[in-house]
Write a protein that binds this ligand. Sequence first.
Ligand code: PHE
Length: 344
Amino acid sequence: MEASELQQIYDDAVFRALEARTLGELRVVESETLGKRSPLSALHQRLGSLAPDERRDAGRTLNETRARIEGIFARRLGELEVEERRRQLNDERLDLTEVLRGPERGHLHLVTQTRDALEDVFVGMGFGVAEGPEVETDWYNFEALNIPPAHPARSLWDTLYLKWGEPESTLLRTHTSPVQIRVMQSQGPPIYSVMPGRCYRQETSDARHLAVFHQIEGLVVDHGITFGHLAGTIEAFTNAYFGAKIHSRLRPSYYPFTEPSADFEVGCIFCDGAGCRVCSHTGWIELGGCGMVHPNVFGAVGIDAEEWTGFAFGFGIDRLAMIRHDFDDLRYLLTNDVRFLRQF
Ligand code: PHE
């Protein structure tokens, strides 16, 4: 038996053990190197044909080599077991990075942002902010605002009634004006208040109307309040919200709860009054209604109209957002398409 033959077997075993990448591969190599059909076992069988002296030496060398090879396999087995375990852990690892990154952060809806901005402007002018219920009684929404039952002016508001109490006694408020009544009842003059909130009208939605929309109401009641204060307040708001370049104007109009009444308009922010698509080539964009508080309204809440005077105004928040951000359909605000909402 040649020493080189044994060396060859040993070297082969070392090489192939290192080559084995998995426990399965190592098992194959091991049985091919040490098993019954291996060259090493063949050498073992040849021992029988040797002379006794020779057989002892050759047998010892053979057994030593086998032991060294077994040692090599044992070490490689240990290494592969560690690797295998690591690979398994890696495969089974839960990828938590998604959770760590957290849900995408949203932001306030454009209508809320607009309401907040409006509140800021009026708070900056010394107004307080008040709110009232969306479900109202006929008295707050109409009667106390100088709109008696069956008054023709009721047709100005297409009202959604609730099945609650007497027929048509309970409704979804059609404007924020009933909050004027509540503020006057609860605090009395002097009053400097804005009242934002959601309103409802029985209306088929289109590009310029929503059945559910938002208004902001303003109310001032004090000694010696005049129409000039109203016009000045509207102008100050216009400058604060749209910038000093943009001015406002009032045009005679009619509301049952104000006398005199007016509609107010702001100069078109897109064409600086020159006339364009947005302002229908008039140079002005209509925003809302306003006027001096009607004595009958003061009467309904027990404020002495001989002592106090006041003005009120109201306009649509959604419409203001549409004008300011130049989109052409109010319904975008309600469809919850994030591609639209993300822009603001
Ligand atoms: N409430 C009126 C509307 O909804 C607006 C308005 C408010 C008019 C206050 C005058 C004074 O159209």
